[in-house]
Design a protein around this ligand. Sequence first.
Ligand SMILES: *[C@@H]1O[C@H](CO)[C@@H](O)[C@H](O)[C@H]1NC(C)=O
Ligand SMILES: *[C@@H]1O[C@H](CO)[C@@H](O)[C@H](O)[C@H]1NC(C)=O
Ligand SMILES: *[C@@H]1O[C@H](CO)[C@@H](O)[C@H](O)[C@H]1NC(C)=O
Ligand SMILES: *[C@@H]1O[C@H](CO)[C@@H](O)[C@H](O)[C@H]1NC(C)=O
Ligand SMILES: *[C@@H]1O[C@H](CO)[C@@H](O)[C@H](O)[C@H]1NC(C)=O
Ligand SMILES: *[C@@H]1O[C@H](CO)[C@@H](O)[C@H](O)[C@H]1NC(C)=O
Ligand SMILES: *[C@@H]1O[C@H](CO)[C@@H](O)[C@H](O)[C@H]1NC(C)=O
Ligand SMILES: *[C@@H]1O[C@H](CO)[C@@H](O)[C@H](O)[C@H]1NC(C)=O
Ligand SMILES: *[C@@H]1O[C@H](CO)[C@@H](O)[C@H](O)[C@H]1NC(C)=O
Length: 855
Amino acid sequence: MLSRSLLSGLLALGQVLTVSARPHHNKHQKHDNSPQQYSPKLYSVGTEPQIDGLSSYTTSSSVTLNNGSSVLTLDFQSEVAGWPFLDVTAVDLSQGPVQVELKYSEEYNGLNSALADGPWLYSYGLMNSFRTETFNITKTGQIQSYFLQGGQRWMSVTLLTGGSVSIVAAGFEASVNIIEPEDLPGTFSSSNSTFDAVWGLGARAVQAACIDEGSQTSLWDISSEGAYIRGQYPAVTSKSTSDWNLYTLEFTTKIDTGGTGWKMVTGPSSGYGAYFILTSNTAGLASAALEPLPLNSLTIGYGFSIIQQALLPSANPETLDVNMTIHNDVWYRIKTVVTSDHWAVYVNDTLIANVDATPFQGAAQQVWGSGSLSAGSFGFGPWYSQAAWFRDVQLTAANGTVLYTNPLTSDVDGAAEDTLLEYAVHANPQSVCLDGPKRDRDAWIGDFAHTARSILVSSGRVDYIKSMIELEFTWSSVSGEGHNLVPIAASIGTDASHAFEWYTGIYGEADYEFFFMAVMGEYFAATNDTRLFTQYWDQATAFMAAAVDVFVDPNTHLATLNNVAANGGSGASFFTAQGETTGTAPTALFVKGLNLMTKIATVLGDTNSADSWSALSKTMTDAINLSTWTGSFYGVSPTNMGTSSVLATAFTIQAGVATDQSSTGSIQALAGSLLNIGYKDTSAAANSATTQLSPNTQGFLLEALFEAYLTLNISVDVVLPAIITLTSTYWPVMVNQNQYYTGASWEYTYPDGSPGIGLFTSLGHPWGGAPTYVYSNYLLGIRTEWNDDINQFEWVFDPVYEVASALSLTWIKGTVPLASGGSITASWEANIDGTYTSSVKVTGNNNIKVRDLTK
Ligand SMILES: *[C@@H]1O[C@H](CO)[C@@H](O)[C@H](O)[C@H]1NC(C)=O
Ligand SMILES: *[C@@H]1O[C@H](CO)[C@@H](O)[C@H](O)[C@H]1NC(C)=O
Ligand SMILES: *[C@@H]1O[C@H](CO)[C@@H](O)[C@H](O)[C@H]1NC(C)=O
Ligand SMILES: *[C@@H]1O[C@H](CO)[C@@H](O)[C@H](O)[C@H]1NC(C)=O
Ligand SMILES: *[C@@H]1O[C@H](CO)[C@@H](O)[C@H](O)[C@H]1NC(C)=O
Ligand SMILES: *[C@@H]1O[C@H](CO)[C@@H](O)[C@H](O)[C@H]1NC(C)=O
Ligand SMILES: *[C@@H]1O[C@H](CO)[C@@H](O)[C@H](O)[C@H]1NC(C)=O
Ligand SMILES: *[C@@H]1O[C@H](CO)[C@@H](O)[C@H](O)[C@H]1NC(C)=O
Ligand SMILES: *[C@@H]1O[C@H](CO)[C@@H](O)[C@H](O)[C@H]1NC(C)=O
């Protein structure tokens, strides 16, 4: 967990001066073994950020920023997370207020970009939507940000004004507990330090991305005065219905700094919508990142926000002068009337703007939006650097019916909690693993397939896996569209009581449902947790029945989205099949899920489920053979047989669908998808400098290559070229480029080995960390395998020496933690005569035996 206590005697200044008038920060619980804070390892002071020639940082490293040296660079050397702070020992206010701008970035280049490596105006994520922020320094003492920053290696502090400021300490008060890979319960070390460093990537990523219950604090402060909301991606109510059309929104607001903002006619979780920002007549904080909006103005935009950010476009906003004076610290009643083609804004009953909405029509979107300029949800969020209070919200239909009210105050017991959950800005009620600590900060269940595996061999925090499985079942709705399916990307700031309101997102990446089967099976394989599955078995079987019903075509027996579309479901796609509505990879992934779930059912004694799932597995296996095998590789889908893909190759092997001949063919076909350092998702993807290479898809392939070699009759020469490419060329780019290095695995790369969405790339993505578990399971050689004789998963020690030897690895040692306590430690070494010396032992657990297959 975390902590963010205010040190007594020191005043925490957020983004505003009037500290005493602001609501208090929430109090946090502290986890015993959490680091208190993360301190920089290296620093420099100069006129611009620096990457080379930095000095060692110590607690006595006091620096002074002034006109001559205005930029402090702080290097934490690897991914850290928490609430940024500065300890100010001196400030020279003789030339007026002193303001500094902080920047946060995973890669170094973010420090040279105006907005650092952000912003991320897409999900609330319980962190600052922006990666830059300004502090107004009015006195000495500690300054701490209200918002946490979820993941970065770098921070800079730039003096924006005259005067000077002396800083004696800076860093992050920890929001997650990141332990160095070598100090974890699971370890890996080998004769080649590059392999060790690559193993560490997933081990660090899962620690940065998995968050303890309550550790990421709420984004709004609710008191008897109302909700105090700082400049942030607007959070919307989860209560919208399809009736919310042609309505009037009213609320009362008081500007503390800069301005106030609200969003209307948006998608159910914000996304595309109209954004209104009203500024006061008083200048807010200085900023080098974003030009402040004009004083006393109204800005109207449409999109995720009012600025362009990577992947998420916004229409160009309009800014209008407001013909009345808007003061800080004065309450105003704002009324916005939505008609079929206009948005009219009133302040205390004075019309200040009647905006023609039709120019924004081109920007309206069905996905992540209502698709309409007069319908959808609403929410609140002032713009960058602003802060305001909000209260007394009312939504009224055109016929006068009141559709919604909320005082946004804490006056009634429990009301504040309810409001925070309703707007998904509550401190995270469940322990979950995010896709990435910086973004998206959603609990994507598909990404979690890799995350769970890396946890099992490194941090050993199986409580996160249990919590994710429980979340999926407790959020699953038992009625309505998609009932008994599970959420593919739970929002972290709310709980199951609001799950159904967010259920509109059920489709999306529909094959993430299939990954959930694999998550359950692989968790069970490593833990034998019959208790958890006994508790949730009814839900698990209902989920499986729903998945079969919704996604398996009764005629072709392939996984398909046709039923979803036929039933009016929208927005569904197969992540693993490049958007095809029927595909080889999703079908094979489904088969892998069935095979694993069959094993759980077998152990639990549910023979009906086991029989029906294994029969379906066989039927779907035959269907893949019949309709997607080209004779030389598996096509992406029956209608796209000319294209081979990494995931069709990987999942047909992992599902046991591929034969000696077909696995050999599809692995060899991958050569046609090699682009410089790694494999494109498909042979049809362009050979361009900006083609994204995915460590997620290649991670599944990496394990599949070991599985093919171990379970099929194919020579090591079939799998080696791809294994060597992945382990020796592809993954090392994440460890050997200082300007990008975070010590954690990445989301994407470009073919030149740089991050694959530029500055926007998450460089803390567990989905890019498969080598962590593949190296532990196959190179160190500790893993579980199903034993048909005893109908149980059991531990084996079985290093794949032929591959290790081809990778020039001469020894490996390491430990895998056990969910039921203790661990398995093993080591092996190649002798000069070609034989191997090895050992394996279980410590701290009398119930677990390991079958030593090296003997
Ligand atoms: C910094 O110093 C330069 C001259 O060295 C001067 O022109 C400039 O105005 C100063 N800037 C500030 C913010 O004091
Ligand atoms: C008024 O409008 C709302 C929202 O469209 C609708 O649900 C309600 O039935 C209407 N009431 C009347 C009396 O027409
Ligand atoms: C910054 O602090 C100064 C006092 O040093 C104060 O006058 C000014 O209003 C503050 N600015 C903001 C935007 O809070
Ligand atoms: C502001 O302009 C609107 C028309 O756009 C007018 O109705 C209103 O009276 C004006 N308000 C003031 C205070 O002048
Ligand atoms: C606007 O209305 C609020 C009440 O809704 C009132 O408190 C405030 O004084 C009014 N402001 C002005 C400038 O009239
Ligand atoms: C497809 O099925 C046939 C007949 O069972 C079998 O001989 C062949 O090996 C299978 N091929 C693949 C690629 O699975
Ligand atoms: C394995 O493959 C080799 C070479 O293709 C073949 O000679 C051998 O018979 C196969 N073994 C089995 C058990 O199928
Ligand atoms: C260690 O592995 C890396 C990446 O595969 C390789 O480039 C390097 O040559 C290896 N070093 C040794 C000593 O084998
Ligand atoms: C699961 O339990 C069985 C028997 O209780 C045991 O033999 C086996 O080693 C266990 N497997 C794992 C992976 O813990």
